[in-house]
Design a protein around this ligand. Structure first.
Ligand code: C2E
Ligand code: MG
Ligand code: MG
Ligand code: MG
Length: 274
């Protein structure tokens, strides 16, 4: 059907919409084939604890190893994967590859991103049970969710989050400060970490507003018993300001890029020095 309507691509009213629909259809087909061909991989970006200077955590980040196009970052295909209902399968792959790395690193913690649709589909509900079966402590795992999800009061969302918490899996709010920030949810749910969005870190050393926002997030989180991870740290000046502000953990290209599994394990063996 998509192909047949392709002729009308230059129709006066909806040219871009149809081109976009065709592009999405094409990406969808490629994604289905990529899943079968096992082209999805989790990469791991180290997270450093500022107090000790050690790599104590990492974030699992999805990559698509395309035979011709090379490594593709998730921004280009996650939305389509969600739309066509493939995000659950891809998310479970990331989780399985994370468990494999944790078996080599039982003292670390790896956080896995869960998109709102993936969360609502319930495909991740069994994760705490699976940790148990692999004899890994639940605290090895953290899940990263976004603020928008916490406005969803459906029982599935509330119960899945409660299930994670009761099992001992930690919960992070990703991209904190960019969503609805209807902070009342901080009272309702047990949140362990706030991740300050990269957009606030970028201007940290040059923009007084960004700096004030970052400092306020850190102070608020600590008063509420949460810890803070700054993402997208790229310069020594940003790192220094975060240290002064009492930030707990940092993640960013300054310290390390996301690394394929083997490179990440090698990085840990070298004591976490790039
Ligand atoms: P995110 O969870 O906020 O992940 C952080 C993003 O910032 C990653 O992009 C990471 O590579 C990038 N990053 C880290 N440090 C720096 C830095 O110093 N500078 C800059 N410019 N970027 C930095 P990535 O890997 O392209 O992922 C983009 C988004 O895709 C993620 O944002 C997350 O929302 C989503 N995502 C990634 N993996 C998964 C997954 O397995 N499942 C789901 N549902 N979503 C995922
Ligand atoms: Mg994340
Ligand atoms: Mg983030
Ligand atoms: Mg982000």
């Amino acid at each position: 059907a998509a192909k047949a309507s392709g002729r009308n691509c230059f129709s006066y009213f909806t040219p871009c919409l149809q081109e976009e629909a065709l592009r999405r259809q094409d990406v969808a087909n490629r994604l289905r084939r990529a899943l079968v061909a096992q082209q999805f991989e989790a990469w791991f970006q180290p997270i450093i604890e500022l107090a000790s200077g050690r790599v104590v955590k990492a974030e699992a980040l999805l990559r698509w190893q395309h035979p011709e196009l090379g490594t593709i970052a998730p921004g280009d295909f996650i939305a389509v994967a969600e739309e066509i209902g493939l995000i659950g399968d891809i998310g479970n792959l990331v989780f399985q590859q994370t468990l494999d790395v944790l078996e080599h690193w039982p003292t670390g913690q790896i956080s896995v991103n869960i998109s709102p649709r993936q969360f609502i589909s319930g495909d991740c509900r069994h994760w705490p049970q699976e940790l148990l079966e692999r004899q890994l402590p639940a605290s090895c795992l953290a899940v990263e969710i976004t603020e928008g999800l916490l406005l969803d009061e459906r029982p599935l969302v509330v119960n899945t989050l409660l299930g994670f918490h009761q099992a001992g899996v930690e919960v992070s709010i990703d991209d904190f400060g960019t969503g609805y920030s209807a902070m009342s949810y901080l009272k309702k749910f047990n949140i362990d970490y706030l991740k300050i969005d990269r957009s606030f870190i970028q201007g940290l050393a040059t923009d007084n507003t960004d700096r004030a926002i970052a400092e306020a997030i850190i102070a608020m989180a600590h008063k509420l018993g949460m810890r803070v991870i700054a993402e997208g740290v790229e310069t020594p000046a940003q790192l220094e300001l975060l240290r002064e502000a009492g930030c707990d953990y940092v993640q960013g290209y300054l310290l390390a890029r996301p690394l394929p599994r083997e490179a990440f394990l090698a990085f840990l063996r070298q004591g976490g020095c790039a």
